[in-house]
Ligand binder design. Structure first.
Ligand code: F6P
Length: 268
């Protein structure tokens, strides 16, 4: 690829490389085949654009084959430790937030309980961010055990005080909106509605923040590779581009769940 092959794509989501998860790469044979391809094509280094799964695989591949590799933190899940925000996460959060804002109109007007499922199989970042930004009444994420009795208790207590509309955000890896809604209806006899925001969060026009990150980190990754770095990731931390060890990047990111959750519960 050269400058021309990446021109005119800054406003697009997805990937023109058409890369996706590769089951074969998680096997020794698959890794071996990848290494053969790298050797055959005289590839001197790799830039891996992805999240925790891609970085974990790259770190393992480097340990075995020593092909220099630099990761660019790009995942809607914002699941890279040591990095404030990944490319795409701001876009995904704003898309999900727009959906929540629209749902709020019906929730308020018709005094309804909505359970809204957003993406996040292993990471509750999107759910937490939209629950905070959307003024939602509760959130269920993989990082925090939830208590359906406590959620129903809050709803009933809220109703007694005149609070009749609720939006409960669920990360898809923690529970399914349908199941939570069913339980709420069973336990409170109140009507519920569900919305699964789904893959609209994975596409669309990137926000200014996601574009800015892509540009900065693309350059930083090339610079890092050319200066001989390997087994590292580039990302923004405290408003600065940083280069961190992949071994650190793949450890579980602390989402400061409890402080975010207590802010969310202030509203109910
Ligand atoms: O890549 C991570 C992720 O975007 C998660 O947030 C989401 O839960 C999952 O992928 C969805 O994956 P799929 O497109 O395979 O359903």
């Amino acid at each position: 690829m050269d400058h021309r092959s990446v021109s005119g794509i800054i406003n697009e989501g997805g990937t023109i490389l058409k890369t996706s998860r590769c089951k074969e790469f998680s096997t020794e044979e698959g890794e071996g085949r990848a290494y053969e391809t790298i050797k055959k094509n005289a590839i001197e280094g790799m830039i891996v654009i992805g999240g925790n799964g891609s970085f974990t695989a790259s770190h393992k591949f480097y340990a075995r084959y020593k092909v220099p590799c630099i990761g660019i933190a790009a995942s809607i899940d914002n699941d890279i430790n040591g990095i404030d925000v990944t490319i795409g996460s701001d876009t995904a959060v704003n898309t999900a937030l727009a959906a929540i804002d629209n749902i709020r109109d019906t929730a308020t007007s018709m005094e309804r309980i909505f359970v809204v499922e957003v993406m996040g199989r292993e990471c509750g970042y999107i759910a937490l961010a939209v629950a905070l930004g959307g003024g939602c009444e509760d959130v269920i994420i993989p990082e925090r055990p939830y208590d359906i009795h406590a959620i129903c208790h809050d709803i009933v207590q809220g109703n007694l005080k005149g609070k009749m509309s609720w939006i409960i955000v669920v990360a898809e890896g923690a529970a399914r909106a349908e199941d939570i809604a069913k339980k709420i209806t069973e336990m409170t006899s109140l009507e519920t509605r569900t919305v699964v925001v789904g893959h609209v969060q994975r596409g669309g026009r990137p926000t200014a923040l996601s574009r800015d990150l892509a540009l900065r980190l693309g350059k930083a990754a090339v610079d890092a590779l050319l200066s001989g770095e390997a087994d590292k990731a580039v990302g923004m931390f405290g408003n600065k581009v940083v280069t961190i060890d992949l071994a650190h990047a793949i450890t579980k990111k602390d989402l400061k769940v409890e402080s975010a959750y207590s802010l969310i519960k202030l509203l109910t």
